[in-house]
Design a protein around this ligand. Structure first.
Ligand code: NAD
Ligand code: IPM
Ligand code: MN
Length: 348
């Protein structure tokens, strides 16, 4: 398997180094390549997703991605912002299905922002649509008739886009606890009404999965009131972005949530759900576990290597059960020490 490592910005390179330790410890039969992306690529080439990086991504079997985002480039034209690199990769590679699992690790009951008995029940999967919605619609700034500046971003979903993500979500639910909650804002948005109608149509193919619908405002509330009610959640690009950051604090830290971005084939992009965390970059205190768990998802979904995926997840679970904690979880272990602990657990 050819894996392209895109470390990116901020804490990206710090956490990527720990994932590379795990690759080495498992002696995985993979070919690694590297390329510039995000602010690092802007600084070197003037573009966040250079043609060479995109070509390497298209040629790779899987991409392990750190994070992009650099305050130095926050005010450049939008198409040159570091974040365009990840949006461009998702679009160019047709990665429309973003899987974001959240489960409470044993030992982290008191690290959740929720009460332990509420947090203990969390074992959910957010299936976030990744190629559409307000993210990829027409956008711009214009001047109204009265001379005011006005920003706009068009929200839309076509039925084929909804249908393909619905199939991914129903299949995921069929392989789990057979409950699917579709989250939308159909009481206000036409985009959401079409979303809901199409999800209901697709449900006919999955009679064993119980489908429910929830408005996104209620879903945000239910996620902290009773997160144990959720098995698989399917939602659009923007709602999924927001709800997954929220889910991360329900299980203790955003530094724990991994993701897989998949298309029609086995090629995928794997990344933590968090960003480049400029506030802690360079301090050696970022939690590398979401990055390491993203490697596990890579092995499972693109590598067909369930055994090593499960080994990595078990090692992460073990070090957390043993009390290993970084600053984000109220502990003192740094990025490298946490990576070393995972490697020790793999070898132990
Ligand atoms: P962020 O996720 O980078 O950080 C939010 C907060 O969580 C910060 O306080 C940060 O220190 C903390 N945090 C994040 N990851 C952590 C980790 N592994 N360990 C410990 N603490 C962690 O979100 P933000 O601050 O809103 O965005 C920063 C930059 O990252 C922006 O440029 C944004 O656009 C970008 N971003 C990129 C991605 C991506 O590459 N996929 C995702 C989200 C945000
Ligand atoms: C994420 C990020 C991205 C998103 C940004 C950086 C474009 O927040 O991966 O969750 O909004 O999808
Ligand atoms: Mn996000």
């Amino acid at each position: 398997m050819n894996i392209l490592l895109l470390a990116g910005d901020g804490i990206g390179p710090e956490i990527m180094a720990e994932a590379e330790k795990v690759i080495a410890a498992l002696a995985l039969p993979v070919d690694l390549d590297r390329a510039l992306v995000g602010g690092a690529a802007c600084a070197a080439t003037g573009h966040p997703l250079p043609a060479e990086t995109l070509a390497k991504a298209k040629a790779a079997d899987a991409i392990l991605f750190g994070a992009v985002g650099d305050p130095r480039f926050d005010n450049v034209e939008r198409h040159l912002r570091p974040e365009q690199a990840i949006l461009g990769l998702r679009a160019e590679l047709g990665l429309f299905a973003n899987l974001r699992p959240a489960k409470l690790f044993s030992g982290l009951e008191d690290s959740s922002a929720l009460r332990p008995e509420v947090a203990s029940a969390i074992d959910l999967l957010i299936v976030r649509e990744l190629n559409g919605d307000v993210y990829f619609g027409e956008k711009g700034t214009r001047t109204t008739a009265s001379g005011e500046r006005q920003g706009y971003d068009i929200m839309s979903y076509s039925e084929s886009e909804v249908r393909r993500i619905a199939h991914v979500a129903f299949k995921a639910a069929a392989g789990r606890n057979k409950r699917l909650c579709s989250v939308d804002k159909a009481n206000v948005l036409e985009t959401s009404q079409l979303w809901r109608d199409v999800v209901i149509e697709v449900a006919a193919d999955y009679p064993d999965v119980a489908l429910a619908h929830m408005y996104v405002d209620n879903a945000a509330m239910q996620l902290v009131r009773n997160p144990g009610q959720f098995d698989v959640v399917v939602t659009g690009n923007l709602f999924g972005d927001i709800l997954s950051d929220q889910a991360s604090m329900c299980v203790g830290s955003i530094g724990l949530l991994a993701s897989a971005s998949l298309g029609d084939g086995t090629r995928g992009l794997y990344e933590p759900i968090h960003g480049s965390a400029p506030d802690i970059a360079g301090k050696g205190i970022a939690n590398p576990l979401a990055m390491i768990l993203s490697l596990a998802m890579l092995l499972r979904h693109s590598g067909g290597d369930e055994a090593n995926a499960a080994r990595i997840e078990a090692a992460v679970a073990q070090i957390l059960a043993d009390g290993c904690r970084g600053a984000d979880l109220g502990g003192t272990m740094g990025t490298a020490a946490l990576g070393d602990a995972v490697v020790a657990a793999l070898n132990g």
